[in-house]
Design a protein around this ligand. Structure first.
Ligand code: C5P
Length: 225
């Protein structure tokens, strides 16, 4: 383990978002997604092994995913909805040197949350409104002494979409994972990533999420500020 906390670009404290968000419909139902949180937890472990302080903002995931993480350098903030995650990130990001946004944040949330369980009836329409784009919001407040890293999961025109996203959200680099790759993405223990920055593109073979996290953190620590 490398316990030194001085890095080339002086990154010492990293915000990581991980897991899904749950958007409430009524007291017993929500809109969620299949994100397990594994990639974000692997990133947190990797940062800790480099002696970095980690602020993990974690959506609802099963406890066994993170219960082995135990370090005085780790602080976990549990959140449920995209709005909770937005508020936590806006509070925490200014206290950190970098953020890696790995969470699968809902893009829409019910306009109205019913306060009683909705009864079965004929058809049912739920009107959804957009959530905060956390990545874009952090990209706006980012200072020249901070880094911002995003993920993209694309189904088509992957590189072009990822580059557009990196620019719009002011990321320093973006980690692309394609749903078209066998073994990559949600719920798997493996992932196949491509790291894209303003000038380079590096494709990695299928690896465990831990190995992918090592590649991503190495890139983070080598990115000049
Ligand atoms: O636009 P898209 O959702 O594909 O962007 C993915 C990236 O943006 C990821 O890094 C994800 O964590 C982040 N994101 C976010 N807030 C949202 C939606 C996505 O931070 N509301």
């Amino acid at each position: 383990m490398n316990t030194s906390n001085s890095t080339l670009n002086n990154i010492r404290k990293v915000l990581i978002t991980a897991g899904p968000t749950y958007e409430r419909i009524d007291p017993v139902r929500f809109i969620g997604n299949y994100s397990s949180g594994k990639m974000g937890i692997a990133l947190a472990e990797q940062c800790l092994s480099h002696g970095l302080e980690v602020e993990l903002v974690l959506g609802p995931v099963s406890q066994h995913i993170y219960q082995h993480l135990d370090s005085p350098l780790l602080h976990i903030t549990h959140v449920e909805s995209a709005n909770d995650m937005y508020e936590a990130c806006m509070r925490i990001y200014p206290t950190t040197d970098a953020a890696i946004l790995c969470a699968a944040v809902a893009d829409f949330t019910p306009e109205v949350v019913a306060d009683q369980k909705i009864k079965r009836k004929g058809e049912m329409v739920i009107r959804l409104i957009p959530t905060h784009d956390i990545a874009a919001a952090l990209g706006k407040v980012k200072t020249d002494r901070q880094l911002l890293v995003g993920f993209a999961l694309e189904t088509n025109d992957e590189e072009q979409n990822a580059r557009g996203k990196m620019q719009r959200k002011n990321f320093d680099f973006i980690v692309l994972n394609s749903l078209q790759d066998e073994g990559a993405g949600f719920r798997h223990d493996t992932n196949k990533i491509t790291i894209i920055d303003k000038t380079t593109k590096t494709e990695y073979p299928l690896k465990t999420k831990h190995e992918c996290a090592a590649d991503i953190v190495e890139k983070l620590l080598k990115t000049p500020l």
